[in-house]
Every structure is written in C-alpha cells, then in structure tokens.
Ligand binder design. Structure first.
Ligand SMILES: *[C@@H]1O[C@H](CO)[C@@H](O)[C@H](O)[C@H]1NC(C)=O
Ligand SMILES: *[C@@H]1O[C@H](CO)[C@@H](O)[C@H](O)[C@H]1NC(C)=O
Length: 187
C-alpha cells in the first residue's frame, strides 16, 4: 500500500469511526431522555420538583385532615384534605376519592378518631358500595374513640375507593389535626 493510500483511507475511515462513537453516545442520551419523559408521563405530566424519584407504575397514597369534620351527612365521602403521599396521582384531596390508576390488588386502611360523647361511623366503599367498616362511637365513657379498618381489594383501573359516612347517621365529629388518616397502595 502506498503512503498516499494509507493517508486517504485514514481520512475516510476516521470520521466514520468518530461518527459511530458519537452516535452511540447519542443513543444512550436518547434512552435516558425517553426514560425521563416516561416518568413525567406516568405522573400525568407533573414534575416532582422535590427531588424524590418515584418508580414508574408505583401507586401509593396517604392523606390526613387538617380540620375536624362536623355533622357530615350520611352517605357523604369523608374528605381527607391534606395529601402526604400520592404516587400515581390516584387520590383527589378535594373529593376524598381514590381512583385506581391501574388494575391490581390494593391495600387500603383508614382511621377515624372522634370525641367522647360523639360518633362518626364510616365504611370503606368500592364504587359507592360497602366493603368494610368499623365503629367510631364515643357516646359512652370519657375517652376519645379511635377505629381503624383495612381491606385488600382486587380492583380495576378507574374503580373508586373512598371512606363514606354511615348511610343512616350523620358523622357528628371527626378529629383533624393529623389524627384521622386514609391510605392505600398497590401490592
Ligand atoms: C395492609 O395495610 C395494613 C395497615 O397498614 C397492614 O397492617 C397490613 O399488613 C397490610 N396488608 C398487606 C397484605 O399488605
Ligand atoms: C376497630 O378499630 C379498633 C381500633 O383501631 C380496633 O381495635 C378494632 O379491632 C377494629 N374493629 C374491627 C372490627 O376491625
């Protein structure tokens, strides 16, 4: 091979080699961007600017109440208005309703604390129908009464799960200030 040919070959090949290298760097970058985009999409386009990284597809929520609830009509949804955790954005703090973002088996639990002399009977409802309940009545005694109940449910995307006030009673009093909570997560 003549020196001329070697020089010519090097000139032709080297841009191809560097071109290939930068192409694979770009591919890696594209993959990373696509992954980040998917995270944002899974979060309904909302960025979590707290720096926490959530795994895509993970669903978990927890809410509590800042204010006590007084004389809530029977059959109403109990609105836990302060969101602590809401991966998957299923929980709506304005309605108290959790809407499943995907099919699966979920674990829910809730706690109600009432004042002695008062009651606040609730049940967990799936699409409005009773699933599980507990009794929060402090009509006798002198202590605040707390009740907790939980349920593992196989539900579909779009199903609605929330805590409801007992149909035939008003909810007289439920403590806010972080005493009463509602939470759930996908197993
Ligand atoms: C469901 O949640 C309750 C309350 O947090 C917990 O005690 C229970 O172990 C959980 N069950 C499952 C199957 O994760
Ligand atoms: C109701 O809640 C109380 C307090 O958490 C608990 O001790 C009791 O076992 C619950 N009752 C039922 C039926 O789950």
């Amino acid at each position: 091979m003549s020196l001329f040919k070697v020089i010519l070959l090097t000139c032709v090949l080297s841009p191809m080699v560097t071109g290939h290298k930068s192409c694979s760097i770009n591919a890696g970058l594209m993959k990373s961007i696509q992954y980040q985009l998917k995270l944002v999409e899974d979060n309904n386009g909302k960025c979590d600017c707290t720096g926490r990284v959530s795994e895509p597809g993970k669903v978990a929520f927890m809410a509590k109440n800042s204010d006590s609830l007084v004389n809530i009509p029977g059959k109403s949804a109990v609105v836990y208005n302060t969101v602590m955790t809401n991966l998957g954005n299923g929980y709506d703090k304005s309605t108290g309703i959790f809407t499943a973002p995907s099919n699966g088996v979920y674990n829910f639990s809730w706690t109600v604390v009432t004042h002695f002399g008062k009651y606040f009977f609730t049940y967990l409802a799936l699409n409005g129908k009773l699933i599980a309940r507990n009794y929060t009545g402090g009509r006798v005694g002198s202590e605040h009464i707390s009740s907790t109940q939980k349920a593992v449910l196989e539900i579909k995307k779009g199903d609605k799960v929330f805590v409801k006030v007992q149909d035939d009673h008003i909810g007289q009093f439920m403590f806010g200030d972080s005493w009463s909570t509602f939470s759930g997560y996908k197993l």
